[in-house]
Design a protein around this ligand. Structure first.
Ligand code: GRF
Length: 205
């Protein structure tokens, strides 16, 4: 089976980008990263890409007249890199229809809570403040609304009595680093079918 070509969108540390790179290098993921795009120049993920010989691009939203023009530039970079799927890994901007329409049901997002609970930019803090005993992580296809598209995979993470936002975040990130490569591998192996909101996963051939 041929390998997936991924474009990864980041805004910050890129620890999930690193997990994908590591899984690919270990031979556990039938996918290669063709390009990493950041909306922030200081995103550490760009340095991670460089260390692994992966093309990294900073596309500055401030240098475009509108969000649509910025998103068109992101789309053009992804198309130039000939990626099959787009993976958002800590990308803290709403992805425009320019990109979504170019990659229908081929854009993945990772969220640090069990969607549809605690969507938005503070999923970990919101779950802790609400007092849930179980939270977790979600990988889903992205659509034009934040944190809403069909769910590919989820994993629960227990909230402990003495958790702080930092300690809970550490366990959430561990779960993310496992589940994101796993979900991408499901796609790489052709194990996913989308039926409306339901994403069906077929058994390993
Ligand atoms: C992750 O917690 C992800 O769920 C959220 O942003 C964080 C990104 O972390 N969307 P990193 O940049 O991959 O380290």
């Amino acid at each position: 089976m041929s390998r997936l070509r991924l474009g990864v969108l980041i805004s910050g540390s890129g620890s999930n980008l690193q997990a994908i790179i590591d899984a690919s290098e270990r031979g556990e993921l039938d996918a290669d990263i063709a390009v990493v795009i950041s909306n922030r120049q200081d995103a550490f993920g760009l340095e991670r890409a460089q260390r692994h010989g992966i093309a990294g691009r900073w596309i500055d939203p401030a240098s475009f007249g509108s969000a649509a023009e910025y998103n068109a530039a992101v789309r053009d970079e992804l198309l130039a890199a000939e990626v099959d799927h787009v993976v958002m890994a800590g990308y803290m901007k709403l992805l425009g229809t320019e990109v979504l329409d170019a990659f229908p049901m081929r854009v993945l997002n990772l969220h640090p809570a069990l969607l549809p609970s605690f969507p938005g930019a503070h999923g970990i803090a919101d779950a802790l403040a609400y007092g849930v005993k179980v939270t977790g992580v979600t990988v889903h296809f992205a659509d034009a609304e934040f944190d809403r598209g069909p769910i590919i995979a989820q994993q629960a993470v227990e909230v402990c009595e003495d958790d702080t936002e930092e300690s809970l975040a550490a366990r959430i990130h561990e779960a993310e680093h496992r589940i994101y490569p796993y979900a991408i591998q499901l796609i790489a192996r052709g194990r996913i079918t989308i039926e409306g909101r339901r994403v069906r996963v077929s058994p390993e051939a």
